[in-house]
Ligand binder design. Sequence first.
Ligand SMILES: N[C@@H](CCC(=O)N[C@@H](CS)C(=O)NCC(=O)O)C(=O)O
Length: 208
Amino acid sequence: MTITVHHLNNSRSQRILWLLEELGADYEIVHYQRDAESNLAPPELKGPHPLGKSPLIEDDGVRVAESGAIIQYLCESHGGESWLPATDTEEHIRHLEWMQFGESSFFVPVMMRIMAGRLGNAAAPIMPRIDEQFAAHVAFMEEGINDHGHFVGSGWTAADVMMSFPAEIAVMQGFAEQCPKTVKFVEAVHSRPAWQRAREKGGAYFIW
Ligand SMILES: N[C@@H](CCC(=O)N[C@@H](CS)C(=O)NCC(=O)O)C(=O)O
């Protein structure tokens, strides 16, 4: 059965395509283009997802939204068991943490920065706190990359897939000098043949 990915260009949906390529899964992409001015998703995405957000997948009548849920689901149902640490291990707990961090804690300061940035001078009183929090979360991520260049253990896991998007954001937002491990991690992700195939299929993706 072919998996359908509702994919928005230039978005965190790119990491879902990467994982599908790694797993060798059979999938098709329904492409959605961001509005050139607002950068928002087109209204058609509200068809499959009431919030009009990507990624979203459909697999044999099962609809799955939220990057972390999709990544977990694909690993469990499409031959990606080796991308998930065994449940009776310490690594499993650390893995759970990064799977959550990648879409929860990390994105609080990121989103606040984007929204407050639109207020211009009116945001001046809150910007230092937002910037301090953003830098703290990026530093925490940098610290979390282990000697093997991964977030958990010595090989690639679902947490690396999840964290690839925050890592790319940190590099793009000018943290490369402070975060050499994050830079190396992003380079390692982008050097994967599966990532490159996904990049070809997904279309425009930030600066890469
Ligand atoms: N926590 C959700 C976030 C989904 C999300 O915000 N996706 C963005 C793409 S990066 C989106 O669809 N934005 C379009 C819009 O808000 O108009 C997930 O991980 O799937």
